[in-house]
Design a protein around this ligand. Structure first.
Ligand SMILES: Nc1ccn([C@@H]2O[C@H](COP(=O)(O)OP(=O)(O)OP(=O)(O)O)[C@@H](O)[C@H]2O)c(=O)n1
Ligand SMILES: Nc1nc2c(ncn2[C@@H]2O[C@H](COP(=O)(O)OP(=O)(O)O)[C@@H](O)[C@H]2O)c(=O)[nH]1
Length: 226
């Protein structure tokens, strides 16, 4: 059986995590698990998890670590036997440590995108809430304006994508993400990408994943251990 590959993607809001994750999932067959989509779906469906996390998500606050790990780790258990890519989890060092205690993470992709680019992208971001499919009116517009390509259902914009909310989200992201990035750097699995265009960054990520996913477990282990 091929070696399972476990990866996570990090980056500020609007950095292209969702867009790149969709490409990775399609090109490499990894299961894509976005904690943000999961939380929003749970809230929309009024599940028990949704009711617990709603007060935090509605205020743009982070859900406490013990709640996040209690929700996400069983989801990963359901993906047993699959390679996966996580987006939005782990968000904090405590979440990364909880994940590390159960799984070996092969690769963490970190996206560094300038603030002006993030702000421009998010003001144009439209989402299909049921699937998490992401559109941008300039970069990847839907075939029919305001409608999801696959289902034809209406697209929505998130309130917190407005420029006035973005600066605070970004500052918060930097504070929380830095120690997580440092942790993965110290484990030798961090790969950072900078730029203003997803289409220019994507070939590098594509080729990195092609190389890493072809490696035998013993080779992969040697490169990842500092
Ligand atoms: N580990 C996580 C992931 C998500 N959230 C909550 O879920 C919301 C949405 O998460 P996400 O979709 O990851 O969105 P943002 O980080 O806000 O933005 P983006 O998708 O643009 O990166 C966050 O605001 C936060 O309230 C959380 O508390 N802890
Ligand atoms: N103009 C432009 N928009 C992009 C690019 N890459 C992604 N986007 C759009 O920018 C927005 C944010 O991307 P998304 O993948 O949702 O980022 P995330 O918040 O990190 O998950 C979406 O509307 C994307 O369609 C790019 O290279 N150029």
């Amino acid at each position: 059986m091929a070696k399972l590959f476990r990866a996570a993607i990090m980056g500020p809001p609007g950095s292209g995590k969702g867009t790149i994750s969709q490409r990775i999932a399609e090109s490499f067959g990894l299961k894509y698990l976005s904690s943000g989509h999961y939380l929003r779906d749970s809230i929309a469906a009024n599940t028990e998890a949704g009711m617990i996390v709603r007060p935090y998500v509605d205020r743009g606050m982070l859900v406490p670590d013990h709640v996040m790990t209690r929700l996400m780790l069983p989801r990963l258990e359901q993906l047993n036997g699959h390679s996966w890519l996580l987006d939005g989890f782990p968000r904090t060092v405590a979440q990364a440590q909880a994940l590390n205690s159960l799984y070996h993470i092969d690769m963490v992709i970190s996206l560094n995108i300038p603030y002006a680019t993030l702000s421009e992208r998010l003001s144009d971001r439209w989402i299909h809430p049921a699937s998490g499919r992401v559109y941008n009116m300039g970069f990847n517009p839907p075939q029919v304006q305001g409608k999801d390509d696959i289902t034809g259902e209406p697209l929505i914009q998130h309130d917190d994508d407005k420029p006035e909310a973005l600066m605070a989200r970004l500052r918060h992201y930097k504070d929380v993400a830095k120690p997580v990035i440092d942790l993965y750097k110290s484990q030798g699995v961090l790969h950072s990408f900078s730029g203003t265009d997803t289409d220019k960054i994507w070939p590098y990520i594509n080729s990195l994943l092609s190389t890493k996913m072809q490696m035998q477990p013993s080779e992969a282990h040697q490169t990842q251990t500092p």
